[in-house]
Design a protein around this ligand. Sequence first.
Ligand SMILES: *Cc1c(COP(=O)(O)O)cnc(C)c1O
Length: 351
Amino acid sequence: MKITLTKQPKQKPDFSKLGFGKYFTDHMLVMDYKDGAWGEPEIVPFEPFEMSPASNVLHYAQGIFEGAKAYKNEKGEITVFRIDDNFIRMNNSATRLCMPTFDAKVVKDALFELLKIEKDWIPTAKGTALYIRPTMIANQPVLGVHASHVYKFFIILSPVGSYYANGLEPTKILVEEKYVRAAIGGTGEAKCMGNYACSLIGGEIANQKGYDQCLWLDAAEHKYVEEVGSMNMFFVIDGVVITPALVGSILPGITRNSCIQVLKKYGYKVEERRISMDEVYDAYKSGKLNESFGSGTAAVISPVGTIGYHGEDMLINNGEMGPITKFLYDKITGIQNRVEPDEFNWVTKVN
Ligand SMILES: *Cc1c(COP(=O)(O)O)cnc(C)c1O
C-alpha cells in the first residue's frame, strides 16, 4: 500500500477536553473507484480534496458513511469493536444507494495500517476513543440524475470524548409528531447522508423547546416508535426490555444488537417488536415504565430521563439512569475497554 506521511504533524489537542468530532488526525485513507473497479487504498496526509462543483454527491446526496471506534490501553495495545459489522452494513448501504461495494478485508487491513500510524492520537482515558468515520461519495461531475460511475471512499479519524456535553446525564427527548425521518421502502435502514439532512429539523424543534433530541415515529401512522436519529431506542416496561423491530425504516445499530445479545445472555427478557407511543404512555401512567435509553457508537448507551409527548413530560426513573441501563453501559464499555472479558468475540487487536 502506498503511504505518504505528512511533513507537518499537527499539535495534538488537550485529550481531557475533546468533545465530539472536532479534531482530526494527521492522515486519512483514500480509495477511488472508476472504470468499474476500486483502486488500491492509500494513506495520505489529512487535507482538503479537490472536487468539481458538479460532483453528484453535492447535488443528489449519493453518499454513505459509518461510525466505529478504536481504543488503546495503557500498554499501547490498539483494538477495534465489531468493525466487520460496520463494513458489512456499509456495503448494504452502498447497494441501497446504487453505489459499488468494496472488499471489506482490503479496507480493514488498510484501516489497521492507518490506526498504527495514528497510534499517538488514540486517547486512553475512560470514555474516550478514536472515532473512525468511513465515508463513500459519488464523485462524477455530471448533473444528469443517475448513479455515478466515479466514487471516492475515505476514512478520517477523530479523537473523541463523550458525545453529549453532559456525558452520562439522562437526556430529554421530545416526540416529533409532524415530521418523519424515514418510511418503509425508503432509505431509513441505510446509513446515508440524506437521512441526516431530513432529520435535522426535528432536532432543531426539540432544542428550541428545551429538549436534547427528538424521537421519531413511523411515517404511516405517526404512532409507533422508530429511533432517535443517531441512536436506537429501548424501553424497560414492567421488567421487559423492548426495542422497535427492524422493519426497514430503522437503522440496524450495532450497539443495539450488542445490547440485545448482552441482555439475552444475562437472562433479561427482550422483545423486538412494534411499540406505540400510547403503550409507552400507558406504561408511564401505570408506573410500569421503569427505564428508557438510546444506543449508538458515539454515546454507547445514553439514559433517557424525560420524554415529552402531547405537551406532557414523562419523567422516567426520577430522571436518573436505571439499573438495566447502567448494567449495559458498564458491560459494553467494559468489553470495549478490555476490562471485561470479550465473551462475544467483539474485539479485534490491531497491533
Ligand atoms: C449510526 C446510527 C445509529 C447507531 O448505530 P450504531 O451501529 O450502534 O452506531 C442509529 N441510528 C441512526 C440513524 C444511525 O445513523
